[in-house]
Design a protein around this ligand. Structure first.
Ligand code: MCN
Ligand code: MOS
Length: 766
């Protein structure tokens, strides 16, 4: 069954025209996902499938002394036991910037241990159960070395300065010293995990020197490049397939060592191999959000005008990799200040290298600055909303450029009005309902408009239906749906007649789905490809002697609801299928891309397989960002210190919305994740063993329905043509930014207690 077969008509008349960009078409992949017809990567049924299971280090630092595989090799069904000594060496792949790699072999199983949970061996067996049983028989001994468990380990030190993160203007320290009002506080966020429903995993199969990998992926072309480089085969020889993804949140953008293990095993055995991470392995097989610490100092006038911001940040990285979580990103643009300084260090600890998790950088950055400005508001006795307006940045204070669009003032106004902010009583602990202390908090958020390139292919078939192909992906954001709407609008056909095919690296190329850029890029590419297909169609209709329009001698025709006619309404009107039949064409096909016209094949390869972002958000005359304001009510039980979020109103500026229904859903998802971050989520490290202890979804808490109140989201965006072809800005990550500080600010208003360490758990309140 295809998505198309399962499609039902959704939306109603009040939802705008679902066949156009901006209409509220429901997710076209929804029925396939909820009926089980959608096949996820590791659900492929392949002849001769073997099953791999990983063995992980149980110590955080040192060397593998020896691996005894004898018992595992004798276990029933075992086909192969891989260790650093038996797995064939691969080539080191370039990093995601495309930096040429050192010419040293790469071994995906570790001899040198950098963290607990590192893959040291793997067992492949006829069945999954046999592989699990045999993996338990692999005996690994270690020469253990002292480890640095986390940021608060006394041995961790101040870390390494990352000079490229330094942002400075004016005389920040001196202005702070001279300011009549001074605020200085430290804000911490713990390790957090993406926790997608679908764990990481893959099926790898070789045919000669061609590798096919079914693997959930936010970046088919980038991952294909890595596999190709590891195995020293041409890029074109790798096919990545990922039509459905059970969430990624940043964690599924890269090919990781477990993929190399599975592909190696498949090659050695000449059989397809499936490897699926256990839930605990998803906490160490790749990194979540880095733990962060920030100090924010604000110097201000008595009327709350900021004179200086001094910001220092630190994030955890690993011993064997580098992750910088840009902590000064919101700090440097949210408010106007004549004096500013932000610097950042990273500290190496024995953990897996942290990674991208929904709004890396912006998210913890906003927790610092949006908490600090709230503290300043109380210090000077000004309403927290008013102080934000007094310090409103009329242009980008760092880039010193005009905003492309910044509807943040409108967001504050619309959010405050709907929330009823004017009824707030200023004093902390002044609002209650029985034994529940009520608090109202506000915070702003932002995310840059990241721009890059994409290609799409549009095909009009003989029966008048349309296919769109792209190697971009849909992990739940709505790509299938908005691209169907874009093609439908551009071609003048119903969205029901458009089948969008994504998630196959054989399709027209796309870069990484990260940084909330895909929708803007791909609507642009599909718009262009569909426009080219329409030109061909109309060209045929006008010029082909067999066309019913030939005699009309028109210079253009219009297509609407799948039917072609002259714009004046004279002459015939036929369906696309009828026209194609009359001129004897089986199909029309056009490719469109958003690359500059003179791009070479090499430019294209780089654009789609690396993240060397070609277009900065401050390119040219403008600084481009999405914006939001969150208004949140909490209820804190006075006796138990339990916090419940009871109301959320958020107003958001993502420019023009391609599909408001889906954008609202994305925003709500971000807000829900922000509630989890504020109240529940925390990777807890056992310092004795340098290991994450709550490595499962019973102990690592994410919000459930019962934790989430009604959330109201309001769009205040206007089309921003400096940001994308169709005027939209990023949606996917924006809404998580600012939720945690809005909750922390509400908790302060409720209780008079300022919590600067996430999550806000009850022991911090009583
Ligand atoms: N959209 C819109 N109007 C716009 C922009 C977007 O209507 N102007 C809607 C569209 O439905 C589009 C969606 O919002 O499909 C997201 O668009 P965009 O902001 O461009 O983000 P991406 O498509 O690049 O998606 C990636 C982004 C990121 S980086 C993370 S992390 C994240 C997120 O999306 N992970 C998600 N949202 C997620 N949603 C789900 N369900 N699962 C994840 O793993
Ligand atoms: Mo999103 S963290 O940029 O994949």
């Amino acid at each position: 069954m295809t998505i198309h077969d399962l499609r039902t008509r959704h939306g109603d008349a009040s939802d705008g025209n679902a066949d156009q960009v901006g209409g509220r078409l429901s997710r076209v992949d929804g029925p396939a996902k909820i009926t089980g017809a959608a096949k996820y990567a590791v659900e492929q049924q392949l002849e001769g499938l073997a099953h791999a299971v990983l063995v992980e280090s149980t110590v955080p630092a040192g060397k593998v002394h020896a691996i005894d595989t004898a018992a595992a090799e004798r276990a029933p069904g075992v086909l192969l036991v891989l260790t650093p000594d038996t797995i064939p060496p691969l080539k080191t792949a370039s990093d995601w910037f495309g930096t040429p790699p050192p010419d040293v072999p790469y071994c995906p199983l570790a001899r040198d241990i950098a963290f607990s949970g590192q893959h040291v061996a793997a067992v492949v067996a006829e069945s999954f159960e046999q592989a699990v049983a045999a993996a338990a028989l692999v005996k690994v001994s270690y020469d253990e070395a002292p480890a640095i468990a986390d940021l608060s380990d006394a041995k961790a030190g101040d870390g390494i300065p990352i000079d490229m993160m330094t942002k400075e203007w004016g005389e920040a320290e001196a202005a702070f010293a001279a300011a009549p009002v001074r605020i200085c506080a430290a804000y911490n966020t713990p390790r957090e995990y993406q926790a997608p429903m679908e764990p990481h995993g893959l099926i790898a199969v070789w045919q000669g020197d061609r590798l096919t990998v079914w693997e959930p992926s936010q970046w088919l072309d980038g991952m294909a490049r890595t596999y190709a480089e590891w195995f020293a085969i041409p890029f074109e020889n790798v096919r990545l397939v990922s039509p459905y993804i059970g969430g990624g949140f940043g964690s599924k953008a890269l090919a990781l060592s477990h993929g190399a293990v599975a592909a190696s095993a498949a090659k050695m055995l000449g059989r397809p191999v499936r490897l699926v991470m256990s839930r605990p392995q998803t906490f160490t097989g790749y990194g979540g959000r880095a733990a962060t610490r920030q100090t924010v100092t604000l110097g201000a006038d008595r009327d709350g005008k900021i004179q200086s911001i001094v910001h220092r940040g630190v994030n955890e990285t690993s011993m064997d990799g580098m992750w910088v979580e840009p902590l000064g990103s919101v700090t440097s643009i949210m408010y106007a200040t004549p004096n500013f300084s932000s610097k950042q260090n990273v500290v190496r600890v024995n953990s897996v290298v942290p990674g991208a998790m929904r709004a890396p950088g912006e998210n913890p950055s906003a927790f610092g600055i949006e908490s600090a400005i709230d503290e300043l508001a109380y210090e000077v006795g000004i309403d927290p909303l008013e102080i934000r307006l007094r310090n409103y940045a009329e242009q980008d204070p760092h880039a010193r450029k005009a905003w492309s669009t910044r509807q943040l003032r409108e967001a504050f106004a619309a959010g405050a009005e709907t929330f009823g902010w004017s009824k707030r009583s200023a004093q902390p602990r002044s609002m209650r309902d029985g034994n529940q202390l009520i608090g109202w908090g506000v915070a702003a958020g932002t995310y840059p408009v990241r721009r890059a390139y994409g290609e799409a292919l549009v095909r009009i078939l003989a029966d008048g239906t349309v296919e769109v192909e792209s190697s971009s992906i849909d992990m739940g954001q709505g790509t299938y749906t908005i691209l169907a709407q874009t093609a439908a609008e551009s071609l003048g056909v119903p969205a029901d007649n458009v089948v969008v095919k994504l998630g196959d690296s054989r399709f027209a190329r796309a870069g990484v789905t990260g940084g909330s850029r895909l929708a803007g890029i791909m609507t642009g590419a599909v718009h262009k490809a569909a426009g080219a297909a329409l030109d061909q169609l109309v060209g045929l209709a006008i010029s082909d002697p067999r066309s019913p329009f030939h005699a009309l001698q028109a210079n253009t025709l219009v297509v609407s609801a799948g039917r072609i006619a002259s714009p004046r309404g004279d002459g015939p009107e036929v369906s696309i299928a009828e026209l194609l039949a009359s001129v004897g064409a089986d199909q029309i096909e056009a490719k469109g891309d958003t690359m500059p016209a003179n791009s070479t094949a090499e430019d294209r390869y780089k654009a789609y397989t690396t993240i060397a972002t070609p277009l900065s958000h401050t390119d040219g005359d403008y600084s481009r960002h999405s914006w939001c304001a969150h208004f949140i009510e909490v209820r804190v039980d006075e006796d138990f210190g339990t916090v419940r979020v009871s109301r959320v109103v958020s107003a958001l500026d993502s420019g023009r919305l391609y599909n408001p229904k889906l954008a609202e859903s994305q925003w709500k998802g971000g807000i829900i994740m922000g509630i989890g971050q504020a109240l529940l989520e925390e990777g807890i490290v056992d310092r004795r063993h340098g290991r994450i202890v709550n490595n499962n979804l019973a102990d690592y808490l994410v919000p459930t329905n019962a934790d989430i109140p009604d959330i109201e989201v309001i769009s205040v965006g206007i089309p921003d043509l400096h940001s994308s072809v169709l005027g939209g800005k990023g949606v996917g990550e924006l809404a998580i930014v600012g939720v945690a500080p809005a909750i922390a600010n509400a908790v302060f208003h409720a209780t008079g207690k300022r919590v600067r360490d996430l999550p806000i758990t009850l022991e911090k309140l009583i």
